[in-house]
Write a protein that binds this ligand. Structure first.
Ligand code: NIG
Ligand code: MN
Ligand code: MN
Length: 350
C-alpha cells in the first residue's frame, strides 16, 4: 500500500469486485475486508516541507507505525471514517451521510499542512443501508468501528472520527470506553449539536446515541457526564428536554451561545473531568454555513464560536477523541459544509 492509498472497510459483505489488486497486503488493523482505496490527492507545489499539504502528509494507519510516531510530546493523529446512513434512515432523515468521510478527506486533501504531528488514515468502516423494515448491520458496524478506534487510541493517537450520521457517536463511544486510556478516568461527552439525540427507540438511530451511552454507563454503575452546546428549543420536544434533565445533562441553547458563554460552559464542564470525547454534529452551525446536513439549523451557532470551543477543548489536554458527523454531500452547496468539516478537523488537531 503506498502512502497515498487507503483502505475502505465494509462492515457486512465482501464487495463483489474486490480484486486482489485493490486489496491491501494485509489486515493490520483488525479489519476483515478491504474493498477499495480512497486516494488522497491535491495541488502539488513541491516536495519540500514548506510546500506540504494534507494529501502529502497523511499515511496509512497501522498501530505499529502510529505507536512509533509518538515522540511523547505530540500524539499522532488517526482518522477513521464511519460511512453510514443507516442511523439517519432509521431516524427518518435525509440519507447521504455515508459519503461524508470521502467528502471530508477530499476537502482536507488540498489544505496546507501546518500540524506538528503525524497523521494516519485508517480508512472507513462502511455500513450498508438496511431493509425498509429496519434491519441492517448498523450495530455490527458500530462495534467494528469501536474495535479499530480503541486500537488507535491505545497506540497513543488523538483520533478523529469522520461520520456518517450521528450514529457515529455511539460507535465512537464504544471505542473510547474500551480503550485502555479511558480506564479509570472521569470521562465526559461534549456534543456540539442543535439536538440532544436522546431519543428512546427500539434500535439505534442517529437520534439515540447519547441515551444509549447513558444506559451503557448506568449498567456499569456510572452516570454519563453529558453536555450539549447549541441546542435548538424548537428542534427538541419537551420530552427530550425532560430526558436531558433526568440524566443531569448540561446544555446551552443556541440563542444564548456566544463565544463568552460557550467558553465558560466548556470550562465548567471540563473542570470536573480527566478526559473528554468531543462530537460535532454539523447541524449545530447556521444553515448557510452548513447546508449539507439532514436537518439544517434555523438559527445555529456561528462557526467562529464553534472554532473557539474546539480550540478550548483541544488546548485542555483532556481531549481523548473527537468526531464530526452528519455531513451529507448530496445536500451540500459547492462543498461548503465539507470545507467547514475539514477546517474543524484541522482545528481539532492544530
Ligand atoms: N440526529 C438527530 N437528528 C434530529 C433530527 C431532527 C429533525 O429531523 O428535525 C433528531 O432526531 O432530533
Ligand atoms: Mn443535530
Ligand atoms: Mn446529532
Amino acid at each position: 500500500m503506498s502512502d497515498s492509498t487507503l483502505p475502505t472497510v465494509a462492515a457486512d459483505t465482501e464487495a463483489p469486485d474486490a480484486s486482489p489488486e485493490t486489496r491491501a497486503p494485509e489486515n493490520r488493523a483488525g479489519l476483515t475486508r478491504e474493498v477499495a482505496f480512497t486516494p488522497w490527492s491535491g495541488r502539488h507545489d513541491g516536495d519540500a516541507p514548506g510546500h506540504r499539504r494534507w494529501w502529502q502528509a497523511v499515511r496509512p494507519f497501522t498501530p505499529e507505525a502510529t505507536a512509533a510516531a509518538y515522540d511523547g510530546a505530540q500524539r499522532p493523529a488517526v482518522l477513521l471514517g464511519f460511512a453510514s446512513d443507516e442511523g439517519v434512515r432509521r431516524n427518518k432523515g435525509r440519507i447521504g451521510a455515508a459519503h461524508g468521510p470521502a467528502a471530508i478527506r477530499s476537502a482536507l486533501s488540498p489544505l496546507a499542512f501546518h500540524l506538528d504531528r503525524h497523521v494516519f488514515d485508517a480508512g472507513d468502516v462502511a455500513v450498508p443501508l438496511g431493509t425498509p423494515d429496519g434491519h441492517g448491520p448498523l450495530e455490527e458496524g458500530q462495534e467494528r468501528f469501536g474495535t479499530v478506534l480503541a486500537s488507535a487510541i491505545d497506540a497513543g493517537a488523538l483520533t478523529v472520527g469522520l461520520g456518517g450520521g450521528h450514529e457515529t457517536a455511539y460507535a465512537s463511544y464504544l471505542g473510547v470506553i474500551s480503550s485502555d486510556r479511558a480506564g479509570g478516568s472521569r470521562l465526559g461527552v461534549l456534543n456540539l449539536d442543535a439536538h440532544f439525540d436522546l431519543r428512546d427507540e427500539p434500535r439505534a438511530t442517529s437520534g439515540t446515541p447519547f441515551l444509549q451511552m447513558a444506559r451503557a454507563e448506568a449498567a456499569e454503575g456510572r452516570a454519563l457526564q453529558y453536555a450539549a452546546l447549541g441546542i435548538s428549543r424548537p428542534g427538541n420536544t419537551r420530552a427530550l428536554f425532560d430526558r436531558a434533565d433526568e440524566l443531569g445533562a448540561r446544555y446551552l441553547l443556541d440563542e444564548y451561545t456566544t463565544r463568552a458563554t460557550a467558553e465558560s460552559f466548556v470550562e465548567d464542564f471540563l473542570a470536573d473531568l480527566d478526559a473528554v470525547y468531543l462530537t460535532i454534529d454539523l447541524d449545530v452551525l447556521p444553515a448557510d454555513t452548513a447546508p449539507g446536513v439532514s436537518a439544517p439549523a434555523s438559527l445555529g451557532v456561528p462557526l467562529e464560536v464553534i472554532v473557539a470551543v474546539v480550540r478550548r477543548v483541544a488546548a485542555s489536554g483532556k481531549l481523548l477523541h473527537a468526531d464530526i458527523a452528519e455531513l451529507n454531500p448530496s445536500l451540500d452547496v459547492d462543498g461548503r459544509t465539507a470545507r467547514v468539516a475539514a477546517r474543524l478537523v484541522d482545528t481539532i488537531l492544530g
